[in-house]
Design a binder for this molecule. Structure first.
Ligand SMILES: Nc1ncnc2c1ncn2[C@@H]1O[C@H](COP(=O)(O)OP(=O)(O)OP(=O)(O)O)[C@@H](O)[C@H]1O
Length: 557
């Protein structure tokens, strides 16, 4: 039975962060369970500065816990101070979190111009430079120091804004061969510590992409520090690799991680970081059981007395997505410890987020509203152009082809809702001399990765796919996304659209629909707060036909 504890009561009695964590972790709150105390939120404290939450540079970065094996970076006096406090956040800083007044966040490191400003270890910065990463994105500027300061977070920022590095860098600052001076050497009294970071992603593709991002930063020599545990791959081989390589970081899908954990082949009780990437998807009904196991076991000491606070979760919880409905906020409050919401230029305590002010794209709060939510816009890359074109069902592929020619798009992702129809579209495009390929969950693992490779290296121009590719797929060059079928809601629209315009690039999104579906597009337009302009294609050009816009003829470059 869930134990319901009033957050107001907790705050009134002035419990320590440590106690809050213990209470939070001792609750047996089911995913999606509505926790009553959540309605009793603190008054709005406004945004926080990084310094007010204790942001420090490499020489100061704090430790999470006295019992945690990770040592401090930096000065001994700072270390000593931190050791006296649970979770490395001293009382002063804790207070600052509680009483901070509304204030604009305009100064560094939100606008950090280089990675060294974020307090990362030197050796890690060198690796980043080698890989061509020199300037952090805004969300990285906000998230890296916050995570380094041991805070539980939800990271919300638009698609393609670099959220993966935003959590990967602070983890690699502490775990593995690129860690800072005081980081964890992966051993205690000569014994290997085991898994120190678990990263969960909702699909194999996304899991593998995250592994590639880790490998990019780690470099070839250190690849074995991270291991993928995705479903569909050979489980025995994964178990053998776990035994042989003793990775410090695993990245996988909920099913496989939960399976290996239940069989005792994956020991994560001492784990320090739990990352839930695309968290809103992970908290969906499909993953409920596996996620429950993961949340209950990762970073939880197996021999801890359930009635005692000692040995309770020391893990740091990091939740990530471009779309954060209120269910995620609720889950973070239940499973995390005083979590912060980290966005590109803003950090606020989660307590200040209420259901009526969604973080972004809350299904429940944006039904028929004519007023776009500012937060909703934050899920989409700012440089995207959105169009829709009305046609008959049988002409959709023809419109797609004409659009590709008009925009001279080179890397096109076309979304449909049903797997069966993908083949037909591929066939029609190929028949008209346009290289296309289908990608969906019914393909085997090998076929899926071969298909993706072909698309990424430009062998095929159009990837015809379904919702599988809507989240996380990172093809920098993708310049056009087409909805051949309407997405089910604004969340799905945002994730599909986010496959283009990545990291500040230009991109176009075209929704091809039939006349009776136009009202859905108009609804999406309102919910997202973006112009989705009616268009047509003629003589190799895109013609804007929206009445309320100035009717103009334009070629989009
Ligand atoms: N600071 C940076 N400088 C240059 N490239 C970067 C930087 N940060 C991230 N990237 C690159 O940008 C691309 C997009 O990053 P990433 O996939 O993490 O975005 P995202 O916000 O997680 O997107 P989505 O929400 O769609 O999953 C990746 O190829 C990544 O390597």
């Amino acid at each position: 039975m869930p134990t319901l504890i009033s957050s107001r009561f907790l705050l009134l009695v002035g419990e320590s962060l440590h106690l809050r964590r213990a209470l939070a972790t001792s609750r047996s709150v089911l995913l999606h369970t509505s926790v009553k105390c959540m309605s009793q939120v603190e008054p709005n404290h406004g945004s926080l500065t990084l310094s007010s939450i204790g942001f420090q540079t490499e020489t100061e970065a704090g430790n999470r816990s006295t019992s945690n094996k990770v040592k401090q970076f930096g000065s001994p006096s700072e270390n000593l101070k931190s050791k006296e406090k649970p979770f490395g956040i001293n009382e002063k800083k804790k207070k600052a979190v509680r009483v901070v007044e509304k204030q604009q966040i305009e100064f560094a490191p939100f606008a950090a111009k280089s990675f060294p400003e974020l307090g990362l270890p030197h050796v890690l910065i060198e690796r980043l430079q080698k890989e061509g990463f020199t300037v952090p994105t805004e969300v990285q500027s906000a998230a890296v120091p916050t995570i380094l300061n041991n805070r539980d977070v939800i990271i919300q920022s638009y698609t393609g804004s670099g959220k993966t590095l935003a959590y990967l860098l602070p983890i690699l600052s502490v775990v593995g061969p690129l860690r800072g001076k005081g980081g964890d050497d992966g051993e205690e009294n000569g014994k290997k510590l085991g898994i120190e970071a678990v990263i969960v992603a909702p699909s194999r593709e996304l899991g593998m992409q995250i592994v590639r991002e880790f490998e990019k930063v780690l470099g070839m020599d250190n690849k074995r520090v991270v291991q993928q545990l995705v479903g569909g791959a050979n489980r025995t081989r994964q178990e053998e690799a776990l035994k042989k390589n003793k990775p410090a970081i695993v990245v996988g899908t909920p099913g496989r991680i939960a399976e290996l954990s239940a069989s005792g082949k994956l020991r994560t009780h001492g784990c320090r970081y739990l990352v839930l990437d695309e968290v809103d998807e992970l908290l969906s009904f499909n993953f409920r059981e596996d996620m429950h196991r993961i949340l209950e076991h990762v970073g939880r000491k197996s021999n801890a007395d359930p009635n005692s606070n000692a040995g309770k979760s020391e893990r740091q919880l990091i939740m990530v997505s471009a779309t954060v409905p209120f269910s995620v906020v609720r889950a973070a409050r239940s499973w995390g410890c005083d979590p912060l919401l980290v966005q590109a230029k803003k950090i606020v305590p989660l307590e200040t987020v209420s259901p009526s002010e969604p973080v972004s794209l809350s299904r429940s709060s944006l039904p028929n509203s004519a007023v776009p939510s500012q937060a909703a816009v934050e899920s989409l890359p700012p440089a995207l152009k959105h169009y829709y074109c009305v046609t008959r069902l049988q002409h959709k592929v023809d419109v797609l082809r004409r659009c590709i020619h008009a925009l001279d798009a080179k890397f096109v992702i076309a979304f449909m809702n049903h797997t069966k129809q993908l083949k037909d579209v591929v066939f029609k495009l190929e028949a008209r001399g346009m290289k296309a390929v289908e990608l969906h969950g019914d393909l085997g693992k090998l076929a899926r990765s071969t298909t993706l490779k072909k698309f990424k290296n430009g062998e095929v121009r159009v990837l015809v796919t379904n919702e599988l590719s809507a989240r996380g797929l990172d093809v920098a060059e993708c310049d056009l996304v087409v909805n051949l079928d309407l997405p089910t809601d604004s969340i799905h629209y945002a994730h599909r659209a986010g496959r283009t315009g990545r990291l500040g690039r230009n991109g176009t999104v075209l929704t091809i629909c039939e006349e009776p579906e136009v009202f859905v597009v108009k609804k999406l337009k309102k919910q997202l707060g973006i112009p989705i302009v009616s268009c047509d294609f003629s003589e190799g050009k895109l013609l804007v036909t929206e009445e309320e816009e100035t009717v103009s003829t334009s070629t989009i470059s």
